[in-house]
Design a protein around this ligand. Structure first.
Ligand code: HEM
Length: 395
């Protein structure tokens, strides 16, 4: 503990500006890259806002991804240990085993193979969009279906089942659905994925699930859990990046014009939008396995540390003029996909999807514009993944 350590403060949640993280995060980072934090459940822990310390913690194996290691007051419900296969909440060596098997499936070859399929899926969704009366909600009719159909393609979900799969995933990621419908949709998807695993065992094809079955001795329960993880990790994230990214471009006409003028800028635009928007706003949590001294602060075993990716990606010590959206920034190292052992497995896929979807949408609708004033676009404020509930557009 340092002598001048302030009292733990609540996690800042409220955004004043739609694209900027809460300003208090910046003020905390200016004082120190680590601050004591009071979690909503009343326990104390730590918040990391500085870019270099976030990276440091994510590569330090004294910080665990196992939430069940948290020391909680008596009577408070403990997080369950990760189910077999749900490796994002595991540490080495269990995590390493799954990660190796999965990396073997997210190959360059598969990504190259998937690209024309992603283009075709995007064009099909745009055809459907174009035929709708507008204004139209871009979240429901573009941002949600594209990633859901891409994951279907990746996992090898048969065409005949895609509509049901997509309908249930849309319900699952929308809190407005209500708890009961979300639970029913999740159970439905789990059952569907368990059945899909059986079908892939009987008739393997050239898809990720079949590849995983062939590559290891994973059980049905593990395979179902991995498929579910890929779906939850890859769907809501990409969907929100898609709609929020389009919204950000429509609100920054000069950047939009630069991108429209030269499609070669698309990769740079994707990278900068990932940094500028950093949609994983909360939820990057690690638990300390043993007492640790971190930059003068003593973090006790069992305490939780929250890593603020939005604060890290707006750290002026790393990114000059961090609050400016500049698609020509051309500076690598943004942390939207995390860092270290759990670095996003789907980062290449997400980058391809975003590049293809932004470019195709802008090409198809040269007159694309908001159908309501920006202030009326409803945002996902207090959710782990930031984004938009709806994005009414017209052309
Ligand atoms: C992990 C962000 C898309 C699969 C992560 C992590 C972040 C992240 C921050 C690290 C979590 C942690 O350290 O606790 C994103 C963003 C995406 C995206 C912003 C879209 C813009 C995808 C896609 C897939 C995917 C498309 C797959 C289809 C995963 C998996 C992990 C992961 C499996 C866990 C990796 C591990 O624990 O080793 N993602 N992700 N993600 N992501 Fe993504």
């Amino acid at each position: 503990m340092t002598a001048i350590e302030p009292e733990p403060a609540a996690l800042p949640i409220r955004r004043r500006h739609v694209f900027n993280p809460p300003e208090e995060l910046g003020s905390l980072r200016e004082q120190a890259p680590i601050s004591p934090l009071r979690f909503p459940d009343g326990t104390n822990g730590w918040l990391i806002t500085g870019y270099s310390v976030v990276r440091e913690v994510l590569t330090d194996n004294r910080f665990s991804a196992r939430h069940e290691l948290r020391k909680l007051p008596p009577g408070q419900p403990r997080p369950e240990p990760a189910a077999p296969g749900f490796f994002v909440r595991m540490d080495a060596p269990r995590h390493t085993r799954y990660r190796k098997l999965l990396i073997g499936q997210f190959t360059q070859r598969r990504m190259i193979q998937l690209t024309p399929r992603i283009e075709a899926i995007t064009e099909e969704c745009l055809d459907a969009l174009e035929n709708r009366p507008h204004p139209v909600d871009l979240v429901q009719h573009f941002a949600l279906p594209v990633p859901s159909l891409v994951i279907s393609e990746l996992l090898g979900v048969p065409y005949a089942d895609r509509e049901v799969f997509q309908r249930n995933t849309a319900i699952m990621v929308d809190l407005a659905s209500g708890q009961e419908r979300v639970a029913t949709a999740s159970a439905e998807i789990s059952r569907f994925l368990a059945d899909l695993v059986q079908r892939k065992r009987r008739c393997p094809a050239d898809d990720l699930l079949s590849g995983l079955i062939g590559a290891g001795d994973l059980t049905d329960a593990e395979l179902t859990s991995i498929a579910f993880l890929l779906l939850v990790a890859g769907h809501e994230t990409t969907a929100n990046m898609l709609s929020l990214g389009v919204f950000a471009l429509l609100c920054h006409p000069k950047q939009l014009a630069l991108l429209r003028a030269d499609r070669e800028r698309a990769d740079g635009a994707v990278e900068e939008l990932l940094r500028y928007l950093t949609i994983m706003q909360f939820g990057m949590l690690r638990v300390v396995r043993e007492d640790v001294d971190l930059h003068g602060y003593r973090i006790a075993a069992g305490e939780a540390v929250m890593l603020s990716l939005p604060a890290a990606n707006r750290d002026p010590a790393q990114f000059p003029a961090p609050d400016v959206l500049d698609i020509n920034r051309n500076q690598p190292g943004q942390l939207s996909f995390g860092h270290g052992a759990h670095f996003c497995l789907g980062h290449q896929l997400a980058r391809i999807e975003l590049r293809v979807a932004y470019t195709a949408l802008l090409r198809r609708f040269p007159e694309l514009r908001l159908a309501v004033p920006p202030k009326e676009v409803p945002r996902r404020e207090a959710m782990s993944i930031y984004g938009l509930h709806r994005l009414p557009v017209t052309w």
